[in-house]
Design a protein around this ligand. Structure first.
Ligand code: FAQ
Length: 330
């Protein structure tokens, strides 16, 4: 039913003159900074865009548990294990808030899950890269959660109420995630020469995939213009990517590691770091399903869904039995 919702809503943004009175009144509410709530009237394309973005965001949290969950049993100390376990559990919680926010728009969590499992909906490109060693887990917390924070802090002000409110708690938890990641990689960077080499290798491999998290360059972004007019997105992809580079380069230098991109250079005139763009053909290939781990990630989610069927069936049977007993007693 919602298959079309994952399709692009196109680049064209209507002018006020082209809007219906309902659409113009809706846009005026957005422009006045009002929050839109689930029962308010909204243009169908606004609803579609939100279901697509919130749904993909929820899927990213759930699929994003896989690369780190894989290291819980191999964390180097009990303390690191407890921290990683808490972080991975937090990501499940983020997925749940986001699925609930999407459900307020009239799509069921089961429908969203099916669209993830059969590949109709996307999740963040970053989770299609492998975590090869413990140092990668530090780099994921620091770089991936760090990028997620930069993307999500503005989303606390997004125009759809339930999404904005979910982001408040998510951002608090993401800050802890990024700090624990930085602490883990700092330990590696300050360790033996072999450990420092591992830290460098993690940063080298994950730097460009982290830059890709912010989406394609603005000129190729299908949804940005309309999403910004509706204040679903508060910034363009390139603006947030630049913010990430400016924030992270000094951190890499603080760790005593080499910058993974030789093209990184402070630009006095712009007041920002210049940097080399990621390989965008690789990005588009990954989001089409051809990244190093796409097949494994979807196989793991499908297996979890299939293995959990007996639990869902049992819960449903129990709920039906309770409902029938209630009717009989009335
Ligand atoms: N990966 O027109 P745009 C996390 C797609 S954080 C895959 O620019 P938009 C925390 C896009 O969907 C990660 N696909 O799109 C964590 C569209 O295709 P479609 C999740 C991507 O929506 C850490 C097409 O390209 N965060 O999980 C990506 O305006 C550690 C054209 O792109 C969010 O989802 C990508 N990176 O801007 C968890 C944040 N980028 O749908 C566990 C909310 C673009 O038409 C462990 N989302 N595409 O088929 C957003 O802010 C936006 O959706 C963007 C993309 C910025 C990601």
């Amino acid at each position: 039913m919602y298959a079309q919702m994952v399709q692009s809503t196109g680049k064209d943004v209507k002018t006020t003159a082209e809007m219906t009175p309902e659409e113009a009144a809706f846009q005026a509410r957005i422009d006045a900074g009002e929050k839109i709530e689930p029962k308010d009237w909204m243009p169908p394309a606004y609803r579609k865009t939100l279901i697509r973005q919130i749904g993909q965001h929820a899927h990213s949290e759930i699929v994003g548990q896989l690369p780190e969950g894989n290291w819980i049993t191999r964390a180097p100390t009990l303390e690191r294990k407890a921290i990683l376990l808490a972080k991975v559990q937090d990501e499940a919680g983020h997925g749940l808030y986001l699925y609930c926010a999407a459900e307020t728009l009239g799509v069921s969590r089961d429908d969203l899950t099916e669209m993830l499992l059969d590949g109709r909906m996307k999740y963040s490109s970053i989770f299609n890269y492998p975590t090869l060693n413990w140092s990668d887990i530090g780099a994921v917390g620091w770089l991936v959660d760090g990028a997620a924070i930069i993307n999500q802090v503005p989303l606390q002000r997004t125009s759809f109420g339930p999404y904005a409110r979910a982001m408040v708690r998510v951002c608090k938890e993401e800050s802890f995630h990024a700090r624990q990641g930085f602490d883990a990689i700092r330990k590696m960077a300050e360790g033996t020469p072999a450990q420092k080499k591992m830290a460098q290798d993690s940063v080298n491999r994950l730097w460009f995939p982290a830059l890709m998290m912010f989406g394609p360059p603005d000129k190729d972004s299908v949804h940005s213009e309309q999403s910004m007019a509706w204040r679903i997105k508060m910034n363009t992809n390139d603006e947030l990517r630049q913010k990430f580079v400016d924030q992270t380069v000094p951190q890499i230098e603080f760790l005593g590691l080499d910058l993974p991109d030789p093209g990184t250079k402070w630009n006095e005139e712009r007041g920002h770091y210049d940097y080399t763009d990621p390989d965008w053909s690789e990005f588009f290939d990954v989001i089409k399903g051809n990244g190093p781990c796409n097949v494994d990630r979807l196989a793991a989610r499908n297996k979890a869904w299939d293995d959990g069927k007996w639990v869902r069936d049992g819960l449903l049977a129990h709920a039906r039995k309770k409902a029938a007993a209630k009717v009989a007693a009335e």
